[in-house]
Design a protein around this ligand. Sequence first.
Ligand code: SF4
Length: 476
Amino acid sequence: MASPFSGVLQLTDLDDFIGPSQECIKPIKVEKKPGNAAAKIRIEDDGSYFQINQDGGSQKLEKAKITLNDCLACSGCVTSAESVLITQQSHKEVYKILKENKAEVPSQQKLVVVSVSPQSRASLAARFNLSIQETAQKLTAFFKQLGVHHVFDTTFSRNFSLLESQREFIQRFKRQKEEKKALPMLASACPGWICYAEKTHGSFIIPYISSTKSPQQVMGSLVKNHFAQEKNVKPSQICHVTVMPCYDKKLEASRQDFFNQEYETRDVDCVITTGEVLQMLEQEGISLCDVEPSPLDTLFSSVVEEEPYGHKGGGSGGYLEHIFRHAAQELFGVHVDEITYKPLKNKDFQEVTLEKDGKVLLQFALAYGFRNIQNLVQKLKRGRCSYHYVEVMACPSGCLNGGGQIRAEGEPSKVLLQRVEQLYDTARTETPEGNAGVEQLYEHWLGGRDSAKAKQALHTQYLAVEKMNTALNIKW
Ligand code: SF4
């Protein structure tokens, strides 16, 4: 079984699927009483553990439960068997919530919101041979038939992520002389990369990483804050599910920073992958092709006359292109129309340069996949990184190739990926500045771009994870 997590989060040398890694802080908990000699453990044939007492008796030990939160706080493994780790974040949990809702009177039901990523939509479109628009409409209908109340699109929240990244870049560029680690600014939308950075390069790398929240977590703020207020319900009365192209997004949703202490609720309660949506369709015995389309929700979706819009710049969100164009214009008065990429060692490591009169004004790069990320970090550590911005993504080929996307059946995976990319690119594009709904929300919801509320809703922070000093420390 291949690990569903992105490459940077996998430990390939360990037998990681039998149980948690040997470094795991919670494989088994034994109460040690003072004066006792070393605790003795007996393992039964069925795999259960017994603690042997000094009087010869024994007691069965509770199985340790490992949640994604434990994994985020530990420098040992991240990815054990999915069934061990992911107890709260699965499509089964979605079914459970919908079932509980059906048993309640309407006033006691949770408001169920599903936010779909454009990468997942493209993967489903390729699987069912549908257009992006048909897929969006049929998926909306499918979720609503199950009892979901609203279906949104994270392209909308990505507008905020792009705008905030653009602004942050300009601010960092202007203070690069006083602040050594202001540049290069490293993208923050990929939780696989963030998790790796925090655990392996901690305080060295963190200052370089953009503080802007990913589209998933901006949507979390929108739904659990603005939408809850609009609907006059507590954030905890909303169940917010996202459909994402990777398992790493489950880790992101589980971060402490995205937990609302006051209402004891997460901004994103449950993340399901594109593959899990396919499993849900199979479980219902439905082909997406046969679902009657339903009108698209327009509140938090980039939709024009029933047509979902996207952004320029590739399947990982277009961060490099948007920031590059914006910075060229704002910092140097240069209008950039077409972006020309220069491939370096491979297609997942490319550069984009802005030159004027033979002088390099801006140099950006994209680095996808573990190999290229490692190269980038080494360059930074040796002081040989000349980039101003790097779009860092954990998956080779980026988000359209995420570990949670639908796998190829009867065709090479490269061919499927090409079809997914083509479908993704069929969506008409908008600029984040051009979305009137986003402008209004900055004003009415956030009270302006520089408000404390905007910072809280759209930015986050990172924490270096202390390395555990064991013989098994993994060298990345
Ligand atoms: Fe997920 Fe995209 Fe990062 Fe892959 S590159 S782990 S799909 S966010």
